[in-house]
Structures are given as structure tokens and as C-alpha cells.
Design a protein around this ligand. Structure first.
Ligand SMILES: Nc1ncnc2c1ncn2[C@@H]1O[C@H](COP(=O)(O)OP(=O)(O)OP(=O)(O)O)[C@@H](O)[C@H]1O
Length: 595
């Protein structure tokens, strides 16, 4: 190397070369760095692939594990199933054996069943023929039973009718007996829980036997009583009235009717005649009520019968009377304490001139007047039951009929001659009749104006009597005024029994005048009316003495024969008849002065 310039050139050249190699080296470094970066990138990609492959490998490993487990399970199940199949095969072979045996067994059973069936068929055939024979016999027996029942019912009805005719001809008093249900007050002072128990006061000793007989059964005696009808405790007001109803038709045929309830205190007389209620609470109803008694029912029936007749041909009047302490009191009067008397007419007929008769034309009218009367009726509490009637109550419905209607003649405007005794020989009374009454005529008649001679009238009466209760004074526990009332009641009832006794024995003298009760009811009891006595009886041992007395009274009443009941004749003819009968009476009184 040259010194001086050469050296610097050299160095410059050298620097240039070095710079050049540096630059190429830098470029090379940059190229390598770029390559390096590319390689890094590729490495990262490869790492990603590697990770994914690893994951895949892991998943495959898991799947392989699961597969192994599943396979093991399958293998186990296959083993089990193989064993099961083995068992089933064994069972199948035994079932096959059975299946082969079963038809043979079935065949044998079927054969046996067929044999049994055959046997049963034979038995059935013989039974069927027996049953047919028996059914024929039963049919015949049923036929003859129903024939017999029908014949029996007809015979019974015929017997009843004949009995009624006989009773009517002999003038017998009809006696029905109603046995009431056991009531709480039958216990007296004993515990209510003992009601009806044997050995207590309320033990039932009166028993219905059938619809005509009843029996009193105590440790001392067994006694049977027979009446025209016996009502057991379950028979309703309606059933009782069904038996009473036929009597009422004769009212419009010209006969007087008297229905009288008799019995000891608390035995059900007021219940039977009116219905159950306290007297002062009695409220008449416009419509029929299942609990109502004989008075409202008979009134309703009377108006029903009248409705069937020619309009305006009948009129009705009502009076309400009580007999209290042997005094007759008019319960419709402004002065109910005024005493009234029975007046005997010249012809022997009984009249009550001072007693008010109110014209009525509906059931409601009648029952309102009865209610008015009941408010005044004497009543005081006794120890037997709280609302005991202390007087005899008599409701009288008088029917004023235009004569032709009850003689069943055709309605006519012409004047005709009628045979009044319906064809019976020997009486031959005649009358004439004309048209039906006008309202004015009827009103005039109700004020007791004598009807025009051309319009003869007939007055028939329906007496409905609720007697005061017969009682044993010791039992009723009364004193003072009540004791006096009780003794009057007992006296009047024994006077009634005496009258029946005298009538039953056909005594010359019948003591009607011994009590106002018998005097007031003389016509009805003595034969002028069809009389029905309704005996009311308690079933309890407590009242057995009173019940026996009441039943005995009924027996005595049944024995009375009063001769045929008198039919009422039209007013004009009645005068002729009464003149005739008073002549007869005068003639007979010469031989029998006491009657
Ligand atoms: N057949 C019956 N069915 C249901 N209850 C009845 C019957 N008979 C009577 N009674 C009841 O017995 C009680 C007494 O009856 P009721 O007042 O009619 O007797 P009574 O004979 O009129 O008594 P008294 O003479 O003292 O007035 C009443 O509470 C009544 O309701």
C-alpha cells in the first residue's frame, strides 16, 4: 500500500467497500428478519394445527374409551340375554308341553261340563214342568184370592150398607172411635224420656185391632170394644171425614144430622171437630187445610152439595152456642153472658127463639162466626192439658131448602101436585111448588118471614158438638171455680149417659130435662136426627179409667134404638103433620104421661 494519498484512497475505498458490504449485510439482515417473521408465522400456524390435532386425538381417545365401556356393557348384556334366552327356551319347552296337554285337559273338562249341563238340563226340565204346574196353581189361587178379596170387600160393603140400613131403620146411634197418638202430656209428671215405656203412666194400653175393633190391654184385663169404625192414631183428619161425609147428603134430603165428639179432657175432641189450635188463636182459612176438623170440612161439604142444586134454592144460617155451667149462652150475641132457654112448642117441637142465627153463604163466613164464638168460649187451664174446653160447644147450621130440590123433583115453573112421602102409602100429603127463590125472597126467608104458601120450605139442621171433657176431678187438679165447672161438666155428661140409658131400655120417661145439654140436644138424641158419636180416646195407661168409661158410653149409645129417623117435611105440610103428631102425642100421653 502507497503512502500518502494512496493510503487515504485506500481507506476511502475500503470504507466504501465496507459500507457496501454493510449495506448488503443490512439488506441481508432485513431479508433474514422478514424470513424469520415468516417462519414465526408459519410456526404459529403449525402450533395451531398441532393443538387442533391434539384436541382431535384427545376426543378420539375419549370416544375410544366410551366405545370400550359400551362394548363391555354390550358384552355383559349379550351374556345376560343369552342366559335369558336359555331360560326362555327352557320355559318354552315346558309351555309347549303344557300347550300340548291343555287341549286334552280342556276336552276332558268340557266333557265333564257337558255331562253336568245335561244333568242340569234334565233337572231344569223337570223343574220347569213343576214350576208351570205350580204357576198354574198359584195363578188359580191368586185368581180365587182376588175373587175372594173382591167378594169379601163386596160382602163387607153390603154388610156395612145393610148394617147402616138396619141402624137407620132401628134409629141406632152410630158410634165411631178415634184413638189419638201418644202426646207428651201423657207422661204427667214423669220424665219425658220414659214416654210410652212399659210400667209408666204413658204406657200404651189402648190398641186398635182393626177398623171396627179396639182393645184395652192392662195387667188386670183385656177388653175388646166394637164400633162402626175405629180410627187408629195414624189416620188423618181427611180419612176420618171420608167416613162422616156420606151422612151429610141426607141433610139436603130432609134429615137432621148431629155429630158429637165425646171423650175425656185432652183426648182430641177439639182436634177432631175443629183442628189443632188454641181456641183464641183459631183463624179461619179461605182454603181447605189438611189439619182442619169436622166442622170446617162438613161446612165445606154442605156448600158443595148446595152448589149442585138449583141456584137460589137453599139458604144457610149458623148459630154458635155454648152450654156452660148448665146455662145456654149465645156466643154470637153482644151479651154472651145472657142465659137462654129452650122453648117447647105446642106440637112438642123445641125452639130457641132468642138465639141468633146468622145467614151465611161461604165456609169462610161460617168459620169466622165460629172463631168469634170460640173467643168467648169458656176455657181455663187444668193440670191435664193447657187449653181445656170448659163448656160444650154446639155449632148449628140450619139449611132452609125449597121443598122440590130435596124431593128430587124436576125444576118447573108450573104448579104440580107432589106426593110428599116419596110413594109410601098412608101419608098422602100434597104440596105445590113454584119457581126458585129470588135473592130478596131468600133474604126475607132468612129473617124468618114465613114463605109464600106456594113455596114450601124445609128446615134441616146440622149440629156439630164439641163436648167439654169428662174428667176425673182428682186428676184434673182443679179447685174453686174450675171445680164447679168440672162438676157441671160431669153432671151434664152423666145426664147424657142417663138419657141414652133410658132410650136404650125404652123407658117411658127419658130425662132430657135433667141437664140443659140434653134438653138442648133432645131432638138430635131422641131420634129426630141421624146421630154420630165420635168417641175420642187417649192410648195411655194414665187415662185408662176415663178411656174405659168413654168406651162404655159408646157401647151404651150403640144399643139405643130410636126407630126410623124422621124426615123433615115442607113447612106447609109440617103443620098438617105436626097437628097429626100432636094428636097422636096427646093420645099417647094419656097412657104414658112422663115422656
Ligand atoms: N188425632 C190427633 N192427632 C194429633 N194430635 C192430636 C190428636 N188428637 C189430639 N191431639 C192433640 O192433643 C191435644 C189435646 O187435644 P184436644 O184439645 O183436641 O183435646 P180435647 O179432648 O178437646 O180436650 P178438652 O176437652 O179438655 O178441651 C192437642 O194438643 C191436640 O193437638
Amino acid at each position: 500500500m502507497p503512502l500518502g494519498l494512496d493510503r487515504s484512497n485506500f481507506f476511502a475505498e475500503k470504507v466504501k467497500t465496507l459500507e457496501k458490504s454493510l449495506r448488503s449485510r443490512d439488506e441481508r439482515v432485513a431479508g433474514l428478519e422478514t424470513e424469520n417473521a415468516m417462519l414465526y408465522l408459519k410456526l404459529a400456524q403449525l402450533r395451531g394445527h398441532l393443538q387442533a390435532s391434539r384436541n382431535q386425538a384427545n376426543a378420539s381417545e375419549d370416544a375410544s374409551d366410551r366405545h370400550t365401556v359400551y362394548r363391555t356393557h354390550i358384552m355383559t348384556r349379550t351374556g345376560e340375554m343369552r342366559r335369558e334366552v336359555q331360560t326362555l327356551k327352557k320355559e318354552l319347552s315346558s309351555v309347549r308341553g303344557l300347550a300340548l296337554e291343555l287341549p286334552r285337559q280342556m276336552e276332558r273338562s268340557l266333557q265333564r261340563a257337558n255331562n253336568v249341563l245335561q244333568h242340569h238340563d234334565n233337572v231344569m226340565q223337570s223343574h220347569t214342568s213343576n214350576i208351570t204346574v205350580l204357576a198354574d196353581q198359584v195363578g188359580q189361587m191368586q185368581l180365587s184370592l182376588s175373587e175372594m178379596t173382591e167378594r169379601h170387600a163386596k160382602e163387607k160393603k153390603r154388610r156395612q150398607e145393610l148394617h147402616n140400613v138396619l141402624m137407620e131403620l132401628r134409629g141406632n146411634i152410630r158410634v165411631h172411635c178415634r184413638l189419638r197418638p201418644l202426646m207428651e202430656f201423657d207422661c204427667g209428671n214423669e220424665d219425658l224420656a220414659s214416654l210410652g215405656r212399659q210400667g209408666t203412666k204413658s204406657e200404651v194400653v189402648v190398641h186398635p185391632v182393626d177398623d171396627e175393633n179396639l182393645c184395652v190391654r192392662t195387667h188386670k184385663q183385656n177388653k175388646v170394644f166394637e164400633y162402626e169404625r175405629v180410627y187408629n192414631p195414624s189416620e188423618s183428619q181427611e180419612m176420618l171425614f171420608e167416613e162422616v161425609q156420606p151422612m151429610l147428603t141426607s141433610l139436603l134430603d130432609g134429615y137432621n144430622i148431629c155429630i158429637m165428639a165425646y171423650g175425656q179432657t185432652g183426648s182430641g175432641k177439639t182436634h177432631t171437630m175443629l183442628g189443632s189450635h188454641r181456641d183464641d188463636e183459631y183463624s179461619p182459612s179461605q182454603d181447605p187445610h189438611p189439619d182442619e176438623g169436622v166442622i170446617p170440612r162438613a161446612t165445606r161439604e154442605l156448600f158443595r152439595l148446595i152448589e149442585e142444586k138449583t141456584p137460589g134454592s137453599h139458604a144457610v144460617e149458623v148459630s154458635v152456642v155454648e152450654i156452660y155451667n148448665n146455662d145456654i149462652r149465645d156466643l154470637l150475641s153482644k151479651d154472651p153472658n145472657a142465659k137462654h132457654d129452650v122453648v117447647t112448642g105446642a106440637d112438642g117441637s123445641l125452639n130457641f127463639p132468642t138465639i141468633i142465627c146468622k145467614p151465611v153463604d161461604t165456609v169462610y163466613n161460617v168459620m169466622c162466626l165460629v172463631q168469634r164464638g170460640l173467643r168467648t168460649r169458656r176455657e181455663s187451664a187444668t193440670m191435664v192439658h193447657e187449653h181445656s174446653s170448659r163448656s160444650h160447644l154446639v155449632v148449628t147450621l140450619t139449611v132452609v131448602s125449597q121443598a122440590p130440590s130435596f124431593f128430587s123433583l124436576p125444576r118447573t115453573t108450573s104448579t104440580e101436585t107432589l106426593n110428599l112421602d116419596g110413594g109410601k102409602k098412608g101419608r098422602g100429603a100434597t104440596l105445590t111448588h113454584s119457581q126458585t127463590w129470588s135473592g130478596d125472597q131468600m133474604a126475607g126467608m132468612l129473617q124468618q118471614t114465613p114463605p109464600a104458601p106456594a113455596t114450601p120450605t124445609v128446615r134441616t139442621k146440622l149440629q156439630l158438638v164439641d163436648l167439654a171433657g169428662s174428667e176425673c176431678v182428682g186428676m184434673s187438679g182443679v179447685k174453686g171455680v174450675a171445680l164447679r165447672e168440672a162438676s157441671y161438666i160431669n153432671k151434664s155428661l152423666s145426664a147424657l149417659a142417663d138419657v141414652l140409658g133410658a132410650l136404650a131400655e125404652h123407658r117411658g120417661h127419658v130425662p132430657y130435662r135433667n141437664a140443659r145439654l140434653t134438653h138442648f140436644l133432645q131432638d138430635s138424641i131422641g131420634g129426630d136426627a141421624k146421630l154420630l158419636v165420635l168417641l175420642c180416646v187417649s192410648p195411655a195407661q194414665r187415662y185408662v179409667t176415663e178411656s174405659l168409661q168413654c168406651l162404655g158410653f159408646g157401647q151404651r149409645a150403640r144399643q139405643v134404638q130410636r126407630g126410623p129417623t124422621k124426615r123433615r117435611l115442607p113447612s106447609s105440610v109440617e103443620k098438617v103433620e105436626s097437628a097429626h103428631s100432636s094428636q097422636t102425642r096427646r093420645a099417647s100421653s094419656a097412657s104414658s104421661p112422663s115422656r
